[in-house]
Ligand binder design. Structure first.
Ligand SMILES: [Zn+2]
Ligand SMILES: [Zn+2]
Length: 213
């Protein structure tokens, strides 16, 4: 798997990715501040759960950066076409380059990508042969993180004992409901969306329309 650095110049993609990074930062700082640390201090949860939260959050960010800056499988200007495969290659009528079967031209990136799955604005990159696995890793960690946050939001309201020493400074009061709604919204969206995505990817792998090399 080639992990060449690659950067897509697309303001629309930067906005989408900026939104994702904002949501991540918001959750990363406020879930521990509002939920995890106060319940830890009152002995409701062990410290290891806080470490696990930070661990998954960091895996998630690293996966996002890797999926975003890895070359998805861009075709070179003068590709070496293996002898036996000449008949399977075709000319792209947009960039005038030869490409193998199942490559597609991405109009956002402006070039052809081997085994292109789709262009994902949330990572501001195409998902193709070389970063497909990284994209699935990102989906997995995102789903894990949102489920984790969703579970703690639920426990905070319905399961844990109420906090005795409630930190009622204005900042926390202002952000508590917002972050819980955001965590709940993200958790539910991810559960539905990414479970659907995993299903279609799995079917793709089984039927051979998606492959890993
Ligand atoms: Zn092309
Ligand atoms: Zn693209």
């Amino acid at each position: 798997m080639g992990l060449r650095i690659h950067f897509v110049v697309d303001p629309h993609g930067w906005c989408c990715m900026g939104l994702i990074v904002f949501v991540w930062l918001y959750n990363f700082f406020l879930i521990p501040k509002i939920v995890l640390f106060p319940h830890y201090e009152e002995g409701h949860i062990p410290g290891i759960l806080i470490i696990i939260f930070y661990g998954i959050a960091m895996f998630c960010l690293v996966a996002l950066v890797r999926a975003s800056i890895t070359d998805p499988g861009r075709l070179p200007e003068n590709p070496k076409i293996p002898h036996g495969e000449r008949e399977f290659w075709e000319l792209c009528n947009k960039c005038n380059l030869m490409r193998p079967k199942r490559s597609h031209h991405c109009s956002r990136c402006g070039h052809c990508v081997r085994r292109m799955d789709h262009h994902c604005p949330w990572i501001n990159n195409c998902v193709g042969e070389d970063n497909h696995w990284l994209f699935l890793q990102l989906c997995f960690y995102t789903e894990l993180l949102t489920c984790y946050a969703l579970m703690f939001s639920f426990c905070h309201y319905y399961y844990f004992l109420p906090l005795k020493k409630r930190n009622l400074d204005l900042f926390v009061v202002r952000h508590e409901l917002a972050i819980m709604r955001l965590a709940a919204f993200m958790g539910i969206t991810m559960l539905v969306g990414i479970t659907g995505l995993f299903y279609t990817q799995l079917i793709g792998i089984i039927t051979g329309t998606v492959e890993f090399v």
